[in-house]
Design a protein around this ligand. Sequence first.
Ligand code: ATP
Ligand code: MG
Length: 483
Amino acid sequence: MTERLCLVHYHEIGLKGKNRSTFENQLVTNLHRALRPFPVSSIARISGHIAVETEDRRATEELAAAIRRVPGVARVSLAYKCGLDEGEYCAAAVRALGEAGDFATFKVHARRSSTTYERHSLEMNRIVGAALCEAFPEKKVDVHTPDVTVIVHVVQGSTFVYAASAPGVGGLPVGTAGKVVTLLSSGFDSPVATWMVGRRGATCVPVHFSGRPMTSDTSEWLCQDLVDALAPAGVVGRLYVVPFGERQREISLAVPQSLRIIMYRRVMLQVAERIARLEGAKALVTGESLGQVASQTLDNIAAVNEAVTMPVLRPLIGSDKQEIIARAHSIGTYDICCQTAPDCCTLFMPRRPETHARIADVLEAWESFDHAAMVDELVDHGGVVEALPRPPRPSRRPRTRGPARGARGTRARAAGALRTRGTAPPRATGRARPATGPPRGPSSSTWTARWRRRGSTPCPRAPGPTTRSSPPAGSPRAPTPRA
Ligand code: ATP
Ligand code: MG
């Protein structure tokens, strides 16, 4: 009986020598996770490939498309699997070539991985070639540069036959390169950066700094939508949300206006580094691109980097915005990022940010507020966004940025619900006030008044964490990737 299955090809992991089986096993595990929505009956390694079979023995193009999104997959072929009978595999070859689209020339490439099969591969080439010439008399054989190659592969008592294959995302299976913490905003860059390190085999734990309680929680929803969009590729774990608005207000009161962004970023990196240590991650990832905005000059990147000891990976550092947007389209994050939402980046922004910060000024500003206590507090009370069965609505609907309306976010929200847990840090009581300078930013009550005047209310302050949201030191969370 002839069945239809997906044959997964990988090339880079084929080069990994003695580690090869580790890489292949990880890819099989990742495929199991990514293909949960499909009626898959088996995913098995066969002679340099992975065969994905379905319960009804009829793999579809949708299944092949889902497989192509998984890092580590170089190509996917919708193949026929049949027995060792000549008539069966010749018929399968005719069907495979018939589905190959427009072509003028073809050739047959037969292989035997089991030498117990009595026919030599040259003999198989001849037999299958004769059947194809008879079925397609107007097409020509070209053994050097054919338009289509029909593969006939005998392995483990079966024959796999296919003529076409479509490229996958390539890279390495997620989980083979360790874990990283990625700083995820709802802009275009950081989801692409996350996907890029994920495609190189890293498991990504996303951390989002929201503007709550000074802004609504909309950016948190968008980030959860981004995590959902990246989930089929298997690159992301669960999302950490750190409400940062109150702390930004404190920083803005304490440091020179032009250095605020650098201070925010230093605190964000230190919090991310602490989460990375709890998670067992070995690097941080941002979506920065050289010169894109004021905070991304070489001087400012150096001033921010100085706050942490962990390596900070910036996979987009040499990318143009157009390249990033093209990638956002292909990985399915573009529509979500078109929806704008206030997050911590939109709060307390200086009129003239420093573009070439001097490290001495940065360190002086850094010492002017109790940054260590701030980081401790943010880590202890940072929250986790969890999936729940019923979707509550976000407190404010996001606005659309750019031409494309973000339908995807709405759909994702309807499909899986969210709740933030223990996301608001308790009010800082008894902590030292900023040591230098007069207050330069609005007070908390002024902010509340501004929100009211705009006909909106700030997100209500949660009563404080009810559950411990960060794991105790020394007991990292359970593995983060989820379906
Ligand atoms: P855009 O895509 O529009 O540039 P952005 O979020 O990338 O938006 P940037 O100012 O370029 O904004 O931020 C640089 C990097 O800093 C981001 O790519 C991201 O890694 C990190 N970052 C910025 N804001 C946040 C945030 N609110 N939470 C977590 N990480 C953030
Ligand atoms: Mg950016």
